[in-house]
Write a protein that binds this ligand. Structure first.
Ligand SMILES: O=C(O)CCC(=O)C(=O)O
Length: 259
């Protein structure tokens, strides 16, 4: 499975500019024969939370239409990072997944809201897991701060996820946490992690990318890039079963002691 990690700068509060950039990225990834294109968190608006009333995507219609059209046209799977949405008078940080036929197969609202950036004052939290199938492989998707909750990632893996997608706007001041937590999540869950962070800055934070693709044994397939760009790698899904049979943690879990 060939993966394109789209590590872009996001223009604060400028959805039109960001929509154009995302469309161009999908076209470029398709030219390179990619199976799955992955975007960062809140790419339509950035963390412009005070302007959500005017900027948030109403019912995600614009984002869903873009993903559906491009996925079908280029026959590529899209893990749409996340976008700010407004649904029934509430705001959410929402991930959409489109498969190659242009069908929106999953919709996930970020479950853990990040108080340090006031997210909980403006947005509502999601209430459900996010698993879906891409080309026959069960995958899961969570967003940014969700990464700090190992039990949340584990819940997706216990539902069969072999790849976890994690889009983010993770500030450079804590990029060491990002790298360590991602690598730990890959090793402890014996799954692939595909994590996409933005670059650039907004009024409150600087972001230095360091998007990562990590194999189930912990090897870094993409890491350390701080420039804007699309980064490519290929993953071999058989590695998941190989690692799980070498060290059978899912057989050895003490479910009589914990869940
Ligand atoms: O947990 C962190 O340090 C960063 C989280 C974050 O920036 C977010 O959830 O948007």
């Amino acid at each position: 499975m060939k993966i394109a990690v789209v590590q872009i700068n996001i223009e604060f509060g400028q959805p039109d500019t960001n929509f154009t950039k995302v469309e161009e990225s999908i076209k470029e990834a398709e030219v390179n024969g990619v199976d799955v294109v992955v975007f960062p968190e809140m790419w339509n608006t950035g963390y412009d939370l005070k302007q959500l009333e005017t900027l948030a995507d109403k019912n995600g219609e614009r984002s869903k239409a873009l993903f559906a059209r491009l996925a079908k046209e280029y026959q590529v799977n899209i893990v749409g990072g996340s976008v700010a949405t407004k649904k029934q008078n509430k705001f959410y940080n929402t991930m959409y997944i489109a498969n190659r036929t242009g069908e929106i197969i999953s919709e996930y609202d970020k479950a853990h809201l990040f108080k340090l950036m006031d997210e909980h004052l403006y947005m509502d939290a999601g209430q459900k897991l996010n698993t879906f199938e891409l080309d026959g492989t069960v995958c899961g998707g969570v967003i940014c701060y969700d990464l700090r909750f190992p039990e949340w990632i584990r819940a997706h893996v216990l539902k069969g996820a072999k790849i976890m997608f994690i889009p983010a706007e993770w500030p450079s001041t804590r990029i060491d946490h990002w790298q360590l937590l991602l690598q730990a999540r890959a090793i402890e869950n014996q799954c692939f992690i595909v994590a996409v962070n933005r670059v650039g800055s907004d009024p409150g934070n600087d972001f230095n990318g360091h998007s990562m693709v990590i194999a189930p044994w912990g090897e870094l397939l993409i890491s350390g890039q701080s420039q804007e760009g699309i980064y490519y790698t290929e993953i071999n899904l058989q590695e998941v079963d190989k690692v799980r049979s070498t060290i059978p943690i899912f057989q050895d879990r003490r479910t009589d002691l914990y869940n």
